[in-house]
Structures are given as C-alpha cells and as structure tokens.
Design a protein around this ligand. Sequence first.
Ligand code: TTP
Ligand code: MG
Length: 421
Amino acid sequence: MIVHVDMDAFFASVEQMDNPALRGRPVMVGGGDRGVVATASYEARRFGVHSAMPAGQARRLCPQGVFVRPRFDRYKELSGKVMEVLRAHSPLVEQASIDEAYLDAEGLERVYGSLPALVCSLRCAIRTATGGLTCSVGVAPVKFLAKICSDVNKPDGVFILETGDVEAFLATLPVRKIPGVGPRMAEALGKFGIRFASDMRRYSPDFFRTRFGRPGLVLLERAMGRDPRRVEPVREAKSESAEETLAKDTRDLEQLRRILLAHAEKVGRRLRSQKLQGRTVTLKVKYADFTQITRSKTLDAPVASTQGIYGVARELLEAVSLKRAVRLLGVGVSNFGAPRERLTLLSLLNGGRSPEFEGEKRRLKLDRTLDALRERFGEGVVARGALAMHRRDGLAQGQDQRQELDPQPSGRTPEAGNLRG
Ligand code: TTP
Ligand code: MG
C-alpha cells in the first residue's frame, strides 16, 4: 500500500499557526495588487477563494479576508520537518511538492500493528514536529489513487482504500479527479459518455491512442486502477541553485556581483561533485517590493565551472534594472545533458576547436584542482580574487530567453515549483 500525505492549506495554516490573531479568520497568502492567491485558509475557501485566483477577485469575494505576504523560507523549514517525520517512519519516501509526499507502506503494517496505526503515528508526529500543523492522508494500492484519497476527507482527514474496494471506487470516481485530467479533457471525454473512471473501459486502447495520444493510454491504465510508478526516494536533480535574501536591500552592483560569484561557486561545486554540466543559467532577482524576475540564458556549451556560471549570471544581472533595491539574489543551472556527447559534437562542428568548449575545459580543470585542495585542506586554503574574475574570457554564446514573473505567477510559485519537481 502507498500512503500520500498532503498538508492542509499549507501556507495559510503556517501563517495562522505563527500568528494567533489570524486563527479562525479567512486568510489569503500571496496578493499584492497584481498578484495571485497562492493559497487560502479553509475559512476563506468558503467564500470561493482558491489558489491561483487573482488577488483583486479574491478581495471582492471575501472583503473581510486578511492578505498575508508569503514567507517561503518558513514554509521550506516546516516542509523539511514534515519530510523528516516521514523519513523516520519509512526509508521509502518521495517528496512530490513542498507540502506532499508518498510513502511506501510495504512491511510497515507489521511494525505499527496496522495501517490505521501507521497513519495515526504519522499525523501525530507531523503535528508535534511542526508545532501544530494538520495534514490529510490517503492510503491506496497505487500512487494516483493514494493522491486522490488524501483529498477525500480533507482537511485533517484520512481515507484508506482497501484493494477489494478499488473497483467500486473507480465506478463512482469522476474522471476530472484523476491527476492529469483537466477541464478540457473531461469535456472531451464527456462527449463520449465517459463521466466516471470505469466508463473508459468501454473503449479500446486504440480509441484512446488515436483520440488522445499517449496520455490517453495512461488514462485508460488509470481507469483499470493501474499505476506502475513506484515510490522513488531520490529523484535525479533537474537543476542546482543557490539563493540568499540579503541582510540589507541594495542597488550596489559591485556588492551584487560579489554575491553572485559566491552563488556561482556554490552551484559550480555541487555540479562538479556530481559530474554534471548545464546549458541554462538562470538569474533570480527579488526586489524590495517583492516583485520577482528571472532571466535565463541557454548556452551552446554546457558549464559547471565557477567562472563559466558567474560570467553568464553577471551578464544577466547587468541587463536587469536596479532602479529598485534588490532583496534576494539567486543563481541556478539547469538543462543537464549528456555532456561529453554534446561537447564532442560541438567541437566537431567547430573543426575540433570550439572556443567555448576549450575555455570551459580550462576553467573546469582549474576548479577541480581548487575543489580538491579545499577538500583536503579546508575551506580557507584558497580564496578567489573576486576582482580578478571580472574579466570576460570567451564565454559561450547563446540565446536570451526572457520571462517576467509577478510576485505570484499564475499557478505554482517558483519556490513551490522547484520542490514539486
Ligand atoms: P496544495 O497542497 O495544492 O494546497 P494547500 O495545501 O494550500 O491546500 P489543500 O488543503 O487543498 O492541500 O499546495 C501546497 C502549497 O503550494 C499551498 O499552500 C501554496 C502553494 N501553491 C501555490 O503557491 N500556488 C498554487 O497554485 C497552488 C495550488 C499551491
Ligand atoms: Mg496541501
């Protein structure tokens, strides 16, 4: 059996826990005049307010509601505590987002006496470890059903679907509840008389393949109650990043460059230790008014060297406005590929001598030496001459990709998004 744990109105519950004046009141996290609601407390949901709703609309629906600015660091801290509790219960825990995780209950029934006893222990421990947060829990034979089940008795509820009850459950499960089925898909299915999961079985795999492609086939599998995905404790990293809220907001470019260099060093070392290289460098800037922008550049040749990452991040930083003071600065590297293959191809295209490739190779060699020295003799043994880094040395060329984000972009916040994997 698989257990799915999902925190109740996570961001809003944290705000209510930390500030007793907010308890029992409609709370909306997010906002700003142009922002959207990240989440709403259950008191606010009664007025129709929900995640991703524009702040203005939420205010109209629930004028007495309190808007609270998100505090992502606090949410991440508590998310970490929840995950610790889960990992203390089972070695097979997969975090699926900032506030949800799957746990493989195989063998645990015996340890805890029964499944309900395991669930009870989880919920108690989460409440204690977080200082009072509640969660909802679903238990089912497969992943997608466990996720649906955690929603059945939300908030602060449990639903256990025994193997013998799966058939009956699927017969009354509206297709819209299946993860991956959006309103449009539900409407399309409706045209064929498919309302409940098991209605899908009236059609052949060919029907689903031609009408909906591969997702259609997956859907048909779900309609049979099948989901081959296992609980995977460690997911392969899709990006490495470092960010920091500054002690004091600043517009000083020199200071920002130094912070950027420290971030590039941190990210570079993590990449190098995993033998990874990435082609996309992303800069994240949050201004004093909490507006956030990200700027990315995708390179022809992947980077993992501190200078390679820093060079691109600095270029991105120099192109953003510093009219408002900066509150948080972050650097990320993503788009990992099969580095050797790509680089070989690139150097072939360039007659065996790509300047980007050769430059990065040189920088990486130096960095690996520095990493090894630090490993042996400690952090203080070599420090970078920050100013010497400011010269440009043949960094890879690439295209610019711009995306402007409001404080709360529609859908997931970037912070939550990162964790959602
Ligand atoms: P959810 O688990 O989807 O929502 P929730 O925990 O607020 O409420 P529920 O009781 O229904 O589980 O998401 C977890 C957190 O992720 C949520 O508290 C805020 C954040 N989030 C966003 O920032 N934007 C979104 O669109 C959604 C859905 C969530
Ligand atoms: Mg939740």
